[in-house]
Ligand binder design. Sequence first.
Ligand SMILES: Cc1cc2nc3c(=O)[nH]c(=O)nc-3n(C[C@H](O)[C@H](O)[C@H](O)COP(=O)(O)OP(=O)(O)OC[C@H]3O[C@@H](n4cnc5c(N)ncnc54)[C@H](O)[C@@H]3O)c2cc1C
Length: 337
Amino acid sequence: MPSSKALYHSEAPSAAGAAGEEVIILGGGVSGLTCGILLAESGRHVRLIAQKHWRETPSGKAGGLWLPYRIEPRDRVLRWSAQTFAVLTELARDPGNGVLLREQIELYRDNTPPERVWWLAAVPKHRRIPPAQLPVGYRDGFSALVPVMDVPLYMPRLERRFLAAGGTIDIAGRAVDSIDSLFGHARVIINCTGLGAQTLCNDAELKPIRGQLLRMTNPGIDRCTADESHPLGIAYVIARSSDVILGGTADLGSFDESVHADSRQRLLDVNLQLEPRLREAQAIEDVVCLRPYRSAVRLEVEHRPAGRIIHNYGHGGAGFTVSWGCAMEVLQLLQQC
Ligand SMILES: Cc1cc2nc3c(=O)[nH]c(=O)nc-3n(C[C@H](O)[C@H](O)[C@H](O)COP(=O)(O)OP(=O)(O)OC[C@H]3O[C@@H](n4cnc5c(N)ncnc54)[C@H](O)[C@@H]3O)c2cc1C
């Protein structure tokens, strides 16, 4: 983990927008690091400042499945997801990047209206599962080949790539309380603060969706399975290389980060039905974190007297799924600044 450095440096501000200039990224989760890579690799001097290291944020705790879950609006999300899919497919060629291509099985207890699987438009390889091959109790289902980011491998890899491109990371240990205070150091600030933007930008539109997961050892499961319409609540299994993630819960508006014993039991019960091989798995840890949900992702330029802010937050349950597509749009907006 990079060491904490002074948050504020006395340097002359630089011009904005072009290669060679300094840009500050606020936020060190998957959004901040992915933007950091694209900007640093395009020749900018990028300083990333964050209150917390990614290990302590939702980006360190998420499942890492490519799936546009609880994120809006669909037209932009479809584009960002497809762009991210393409980058991840390329990264999956080198196992050191921490990206796996897995079969994702989506099961439904009723006939699926097409709008429920709108995101399949971004998936090159998918098929409807014939009724005779569906497990008992299900009336419809899809199989899709999608990327899974093995978060414990993928995030360190992003961090190393950003640093190798010349980026710097300041883990400040405290929240920046005004973006304007950073304009003395750069004329463009990229705001990737996730749920932190609620206070920082006074954004009442941004809300938490609490998620509880159970991380277990992987007894050899190599596919992901989901049942979003389980009568006891959403159920999904994400198979990574050395662990599996059992989900999930989705409590809109809840800031409660404590582990609920009844939710843990439900996660075990419903996911055992989906993936019987979980009987051979051992629990590693309970995980609770908050998805930064907004009725629409905020990805736009805000013009301030002292400079520009490019906002990139509110990715809900799909921050990994749209990360590269959003970073590409941030780079485009920066070039226009
Ligand atoms: C249970 C659960 C499961 C999930 N599973 C998946 C999944 O399978 N696939 C997927 O695509 N997505 C998943 N997500 C969603 C994903 O985790 C988030 O969308 C994503 O992590 C958001 O990343 P981010 O970088 O925008 O924000 P964060 O990871 O929250 O990072 C925000 C950063 O900003 C910093 N910050 C905030 N405020 C300030 C401030 N004022 N000053 C300085 N720094 C500040 C923080 O310290 C942190 O470094 C899941 C989420 C949850 C909760």
